[in-house]
Design a binder for this molecule. Sequence first.
Ligand SMILES: [Zn+2]
Length: 230
Amino acid sequence: MNSYNCSFKIELDSEESIKKWVTAFNEKSKETMVYETCRNGKGKKVVKIFYLRCHHKQRQSGMHTKSNKKLKTTHKIHNNKHTNCPAQLMLTLLPPATKLNGFCVSVLLKHNHNHLVQVTDALRFRPLSEQSKKDYYDLFSHGHSPATAHLEYETNLMYSDKPYLIADRNCNPKVSDVYNLFNKWRKCNIGVRTGKYLFAELEKCVAVYNEEYNDIGGKAFIQRYSDCKW
Ligand SMILES: [Zn+2]
């Protein structure tokens, strides 16, 4: 695998445009560089510096935080994701006064991954893209269950002009991801499966039903039992 360091400047001038550039960089390179930290620049020569790491390296902060416990658990499950990869990306936003030929962001890329990048074993850990989430939400809103949505989505991908994307979690979420997306979608669009909020949603449905069928005599009631804890 080729390892190299390189630095260059790009024509960007805001934090928002830097975030878009990083998203496009990850999409194009199939790497996943995530934000580690950012620091405000000292003096007038630097506005802000963004430090990114490869997502195959665990976060360095606090050893006893909840997030670290979660990471440790995740590490046990996906023990071949965290390879302590040293690859880094640093973007320095320069003030407009130092703008040279439109280049206002200085980039330092340390492309020294200790794992292969464009292989199934790495692609299966990439985060879900916003487009794949949107596609699944569309399928759910058309009446698909998680199982049928996954079948439909994966079949379409398989017969598309880019069938190799099926190995990339970014474009093809795992079954567990699909169920997580469905639960999120259902909570926003239908309501929860149990508890007091379910009955609140049911009461709304009954009210809508009665309003709709009032002219033809339809009438429904919902009654909560006195010993119901909700
Ligand atoms: Zn890496």
